[in-house]
Design a protein around this ligand. Structure first.
Ligand SMILES: Cc1ncc(COP(=O)(O)O)c(C=O)c1O
Length: 392
């Protein structure tokens, strides 16, 4: 069902080359005809909520991931929140996750009423350091949420070994890893229940907010379905107190159009990453992202580590190259989570990553000229002969 990646026009005038961090308008232009056709009937019928596209997309996404059930939701944050609620996790419970994740992972735990217990990242693959998980387990621990950060699967074999030993649920935060493989299997199918985001900039993104859970457990999927729609199966009959966390019909229709392109887009991202890696390996001041042998990384983000990030970002910006920082402040140092009682120095790897990570432009539609421009600017900045680590 894979569709080919649409062609993009290239400019060869160097002074004109601008490299956005991602180029959603380019993606939209390549799909405009399909999107226009899909939206018209939705407006004609005004079936904006729970229209047929929602159930269609759920079937398509479950089949793509290889899970039995998919429940489409309003966002990845809602997916985390409801996945935890469906697992019966709430006040008095503790949930372990990575200190360097996006804040939404901890927000999902907080909204479910449980306490976030953080574990440091490991520096090579940027995911939760599984050697430090067991020390964080207490009698109140109910679940581990591994985050497949930047599109790279976490060490799931080790996480499942620990979870099994301590009787814990595993809830994957796959919000950045649509289509990533662990031991040849798509992430999202490896655990009790898994969460995805379809925020526009994700590898599979809606034209607004969107998310989903996938699971092979009918009971958990049914519970999320109930919770997403006011605790109701039948109009005006409410079995439990729920939320309004539905995915709307327009977003489902857009996601249905985009899903068949996802594998092609992921391949394009991997090709871009390969080019970045081969060209930038010459620069000793740039630490490149690593890919675990048993994983297929889908490069939601291409994250390098550098010492002089601020200057480099300015230099890239002058050369019309956008970059990002994911994320500058780890969860334990966020004001919102100060009540967890952590302090600076508690998670040294996450803190060091916060100070050194830099995300380079990465999107499927990137042209060869754009990729070359990014690489040339980095080479110009550091200089191929500079070996003292100071850069320009
Ligand atoms: C790792 C991670 N978890 C959760 C989320 C939350 O997803 P959403 O923005 O759809 O609520 C995101 C989104 O950026 C994310 O990157």
């Amino acid at each position: 069902m894979s569709k080919a990646t649409p062609a993009v026009q290239e400019s060869t005038d160097k002074t004109q080359i601008a490299v956005p961090f991602l180029d959603l308008p380019a993606q939209f232009r390549s799909l405009k005809k399909e999107i226009d056709q899909a939206l018209d009937p939705i407006f004609q019928s005004a079936g904006f909520i729970s229209g047929p596209s929602v159930a269609d997309f759920e079937k398509m996404f479950a089949s793509y991931i290889g899970a039995e059930h998919c429940v489409a939701l309003h966002s990845g944050t809602a997916a985390l929140h409801l996945a935890l609620m469906a697992c019966g996790i709430g006040p008095g419970d503790e949930v372990i996750t990575a200190a360097n994740s996006f804040v939404a992972t901890a927000e999902g735990i907080a909204f479910a009423g449980a306490k976030t217990v953080l574990v440091d990242a490991e520096p090579h693959f940027f995911n939760i350091d599984t050697t430090k998980i067991e020390a964080a387990i207490t009698e109140r621990t109910k679940a581990i949420i591994p985050v497949h950060l930047y599109g790279q699967p976490a060490n799931m074999a080790e996480i499942h070994r620990i979870a099994k030993k301590h009787g814990l649920k595993v809830i994957e935060d796959a919000c950045q890893a649509h289509g990533a493989l662990y031991d040849g299997v798509k992430v999202g199918t490896l655990s009790d229940i898994s969460c995805f985001s379809f925020y526009p900039g994700k590898n599979l993104g809606a034209a607004g907010e969107g998310g989903a859970v996938v699971s092979n457990n009918q009971e958990l999927a049914d519970k999320v379905r109930l919770l997403r729609d006011h605790g109701s199966k039948k109009k005006y009959e409410h079995e439990i107190v729920g939320h309004n966390f539905r995915l709307d019909t327009i977003q489902a229709a857009i996601l249905k159009i985009k899903l068949p392109y996802l594998d092609g887009w992921n391949d394009a991202r991997r090709k871009n990453a390969k080019f970045y890696k081969s060209e930038l390996s010459k620069l000793e001041d740039v630490l490149l992202p690593e890919e675990a042998d048993n994983c297929k990384h889908v490069f939601h983000l291409f994250v390098i580590r550098v010492k002089d990030r601020e200057n480099l970002q300015k230099f890239l910006s002058v050369n019309q190259i956008q970059s990002g920082i994911h994320y500058p402040v780890p969860i334990h140092l966020q004001k919102a989570f100060s009540d967890l009682g952590y302090k600076e120095g508690d998670f040294p790897v996450s803190e060091s990553l916060g100070k050194t990570v830099l995300s380079l432009p990465m999107f499927a539609e990137m042209t060869d000229v754009q990729l070359r421009h990014v690489v040339d600017c980095l080479i110009e900045y550091y200089g191929t002969v500079n070996s003292n680590g100071s850069g320009k």
